[in-house]
Design a protein around this ligand. Structure first.
Ligand SMILES: Nc1ncnc2c1ncn2[C@@H]1O[C@H](COP(=O)(O)OP(=O)(O)OP(=O)(O)O)[C@@H](O)[C@H]1O
Ligand SMILES: [Mg+2]
Length: 376
């Protein structure tokens, strides 16, 4: 049985009314404080799953209801949808918030090392065990253990984990001494565990034990209305880490809303960080977006000219897409070359010798190319 001990009276029956409507422009979004306010008695968290779409409001409500219990939670969703973020929100809202949140990526640790990683080992219990070591369960005592990529766990380890979940005791590798544990489990996977069960790769009994409280993080393409809010949050984080924040224009947002976001929030976060590096403190318009964001987007006539100009100027060097239908490879490469020369000159404030060094070409070569492109 899952221990449903209510440890603190937070969460249930809260009024989850949003306090602000969706921001109209990126500027507003970037300047706005966290617009999706949690109920007054919800503890503060830096990991609120952002969004005003009904699904995100529902997810916050679920988390706020379950946080106070030791109930196991299973967070599912595509890569980059914010599963770990949601797990941290559960922890931050729980009475365990002052104890450790310990993430373990079950898919990244070789199966024969995972047991010792989770349960610890005694000195000499296997070759290389030169000292006794506490496992993640011990480190997480009183707090939350986040078992990421649980779908990648080997079947023998699944049996061992199931036992801990049932009995709340475990032994270090090489020891007979059973240790009690008080750890809240939040597991996550991007895999379809029901399919894995059918294929014999995942134990049904473990699944039911973990899936007491399922939370499914939606892909970003199904909640593009939240793009501005997410962008505001991410850009604020970029600013906190010392980057000079950009402002994404409404026209650029119109384009971004049509992107399929296969990498979800992680992709958005990487894009914004890159834009802050490339265009510190500037407005980011359609022409500044990498080609893959503009390539297939249905665009307004007024935006079309900008995209055309962006293609003329060449794509960003980190993000080559295939040339458009009416562009030859030669023209395409020339555009890239021109774009790189412009950027090098911009970075070096027009000092040709420095720009040449930056591009790793001789000064005379650069001068020749600048003449060819009419840059002098
Ligand atoms: N609400 C949010 N606001 C700002 N950034 C967020 C938010 N949610 C997630 N992120 C960021 O997006 C990225 C992906 O989030 P997270 O690691 O939680 O996703 P995931 O679903 O666990 O991904 P994966 O399946 O690849 O492990 C992280 O860099 C995280 O910091
Ligand atoms: Mg993750």
């Amino acid at each position: 049985m899952t221990k449903d001990l209510r440890e603190e009276p937070v969460g249930k029956g809260h009024d989850l009314t949003m306090t602000a409507t969706e921001c109209q422009t990126a500027k507003e979004a970037a300047a706005a404080p966290q617009t999706t306010k949690a109920p007054a008695d919800t503890p503060a968290s830096d990991h609120t799953p952002t969004g005003n779409t009904p699904r995100m409001v529902g997810i916050r409500r679920l988390i706020e209801q379950v946080a106070a219990f030791t109930t196991n939670v299973l967070v599912t969703g595509e890569s980059g949808t914010g599963k770990e973020w949601a797990a941290r929100y559960i922890h931050d809202l729980s009475p365990r918030r002052d104890k450790p949140f310990v993430p373990v990526n079950c898919g990244a640790i070789p199966p024969d090392l995972l047991e010792s990683e989770l349960f610890g080992h005694e000195k000499g219990s296997f070759t290389g065990a030169i000292a006794a070591r506490a496992g993640r369960f011990e480190v997480a005592e009183g707090g939350t253990l986040f078992l990421d990529e649980i779908g990648d766990m080997s079947l023998p380890m699944q049996v061992k984990l199931l036992r801990v979940l049932q009995e709340r005791t475990f032994e270090r590798v090489g020891s007979n001494h059973s240790r009690q544990c008080d750890v809240r489990i939040v597991a996550a996977t991007h895999r379809d565990l029901e399919e894995a069960i059918e294929e014999g790769r995942f134990r049904a009994d473990l699944y039911y034990r973990l899936n007491v409280f399922p939370i499914e993080m939606p892909p970003l393409r199904e909640r593009v209305e939240d793009l501005e809010l997410l962008t505001g949050n991410i850009i604020r984080r970029c600013a906190d880490s010392g980057l000079d924040p950009v402002t994404v224009t409404p026209a650029a947002f119109r384009i971004l809303r049509h992107h399929s976001w296969p990498g979800n929030i992680r992709e958005l976060s990487n894009l914004l960080e890159r834009l802050c590096v490339l265009y510190p403190g500037s407005d980011v318009d359609i022409s500044d977006l990498p080609a893959r964001y503009t390539a297939d987007a249905p665009v307004r006539e007024s935006d079309r000219q900008q995209i055309h100009e962006a293609r003329e100027a060449g794509p960003l060097p980190q993000d080559f897409g295939l040339p458009g239908e009416d562009v030859t490879l030669k023209e395409y490469l020339a555009n890239i070359e021109l774009s790189l020369i412009r950027r090098a000159l911009h970075e070096t404030e027009g000092v040709i010798a420095q720009a040449a060094r930056r591009l790793n070409v001789r000064r005379t070569t650069l001068v020749e190319k600048m003449r060819k492109y009419g840059l002098n």
